[in-house]
Ligand binder design. Structure first.
Ligand code: 5AD
Ligand code: SF4
Length: 462
């Protein structure tokens, strides 16, 4: 779909740039991002536009002239975290009444949250949701010039695909998020995403291929394709991956996230015969009980899920598998939970992200009766972790003694002697013998140790 705001976005960007040019010095901006990679990718677009309008990036919110919080709503914890940070923006405003404070993202895409922030956080100057980022320059222009607070609620039935020529400011040159689609049509009963991000919109394959080619040509070594369910990419995900893999160069392609009902054998075959696609598949199972899967509206069975795992392991024997699991969905009995544990044992994931179910206002599951006490949920959560931790250690230990090729991410935050990097199996490796010039490059590391979350090793000769 053509983006109807693209043209006006350009005009508003010019108008803001003219205001900024008349300032005595270039104002600084700071963006705080919560939640998933999609949000990080959105923030990179906001940053790109902000810089195109003349702002410079600040290392912290203190002293910045523009502070934006890009929020997440997937669980209550994420919202609480964002609200508490937004609460602290009061001090920024006290220190500098001229600072502009904005809040956007999945939390403010919910009308009740927008109202709440409007009412209880008077120092927030502008609010918008996840709507086409093209509206952002207009919102910023109004906030800068009107001296009034500016609110842009989302209209979900009318979200458009972002235009292809918005500027993007990425964190590094060697690693990139590459959104291929936006929104979700699945309406899993626990999930707020379809309500806050709207219906699926896919980018054109030519645009994605052109962006990927340019990234590789300019030194990018790690491209992660993003979408809430990349498997329902409108123009065929397996084909897109096949085409992307043909781009010449030394780089890795990753993708997130996949829905098991749409993950095809064709896709697995493409990965198996690819040169650049990571040996890692993140396939959220959510639960191992068919009763709970049905209540979640996941539209697959545990048998289907486990058969996909079997096919993957047959085609790509060394593939690293990971999953998301929700514990304590309404109506989950001890028997249902035992089926989840059993499926986790059978699937042998390399790692999982596990969550205690968090009711989200406006979703069908939030209306279900939930009689399981919280202590029972936390106890199940602990049992799940115990089972998975043992599997993770065993899975990670298979690399001990092997030489593994990593993309080096830089020195560790806590110990500059130790460098970190990620392998094609998505393993985080801490290693000795690293040096600054390796950051953003591939290096061979000999693996000497393994624990639940990471591998350790030492730099090896090429
Ligand atoms: N409660 C707990 N976990 C949730 N997730 C999504 N919605 C909820 C919720 N309401 C989890 C799912 C999803 C991951 C990104 O977050 O496991 O795959
Ligand atoms: Fe949420 Fe389900 Fe869509 Fe994933 S597929 S974003 S869990 S509704």
């Amino acid at each position: 779909m053509q983006n109807s705001y693209a043209e006006s976005a350009r005009r508003y960007m010019e108008a803001v740039a003219a205001i900024v040019a008349s300032m005595p010095r270039r104002p600084a901006y700071y963006i705080e991002t919560f939640g998933c990679q999609q949000n990080e990718a959105d923030s990179e677009r906001l940053a790109g536009m902000t810089e195109a309008m003349g702002f410079v990036r600040a290392a912290s919110p203190d002293g910045a002239s523009l502070v934006i919080y890009n929020t997440c709503a997937v669980r209550e914890h994420a919202e609480k975290k964002a609200l508490s940070l937004i609460g602290r923006a009061k001090h920024l405003k006290e220190a500098n009444p001229e600072v502009l404070v904005g809040v956007c993202g999945c939390m403010t895409a919910q009308p009740h949250r927008m109202e709440e922030i409007k009412k209880h956080y008077p120092y927030v100057d502008f609010l918008f949701g996840t709507k086409s980022p093209e509206r952002y320059p207009e919102i910023l222009y109004n906030a800068l010039t009107s001296k009034k607070r500016v609110f842009y609620p989302d209209e979900y039935d009318n979200v458009e695909t972002p235009s292809e020529d918005l500027p993007v400011k990425r964190e590094t040159t060697w690693k990139a998020w590459l959104p291929i689609m936006y929104g979700c049509n699945n309406f899993c009963t626990y999930c707020i995403v379809p309500y806050v991000r709207g219906r699926e919109r896919s980018r054109r394959p030519e645009a994605i291929l052109a962006e990927a080619r340019e990234l590789v040509e300019t030194g990018c070594k790690d491209i992660t394709l993003l979408g809430q369910n990349v498997n329902s990419y409108e123009y065929g995900f397996a084909k897109l991956l096949y085409e992307l893999d043909k781009i010449p160069g030394d780089y890795v392609i990753r993708f997130m996230t996949s829905h098991p009902k749409d993950a095809t054998h064709e896709l697995i075959d493409v990965i198996a015969s690819s040169e650049h696609v990571a040996r890692h598949f993140h396939l959220p199972m959510q639960a191992g009980s068919n009763k709970i899967l049905a209540a979640m509206n996941r539209r697959y069975t545990r048998e289907h899920y486990l058969s996909l795992v079997e096919y993957m392991r047959k085609k790509i024997p060394d593939i690293a598998l990971s999953s998301d699991i929700i514990v304590g969905f309404p109506g989950e009995t001890e028997e249902d939970f035992a089926e989840t544990l059993d499926a986790v044992e059978k699937a042998q994931f390399d790692f999982i992200y596990s969550f205690i179910y968090s009711p989200r206002k406006g979703t069908p599951a939030a209306e279900l009766e939930d009689t399981t006490p919280h202590e029972v949920k936390t106890e199940r959560f602990a049992r799940l972790l115990e089972v998975q931790n043992a599997i993770s250690i065993a899975k990670n230990s298979r690399f001990i003694g092997q030489r593994v090729r990593l993309l080096v991410e830089g020195p560790s935050k806590t110990n500059p002697e130790v460098y970190s990097g990620r392998s094609k199996h998505a393993k985080l490796v801490h290693f000795t013998g690293g040096y600054e010039a390796l950051t953003g490059n591939f290096a061979w590391v000999e693996i000497t140790g393994a624990d639940v979350y990471t591998l350790t090793g030492k730099l090896a000769a090429d």
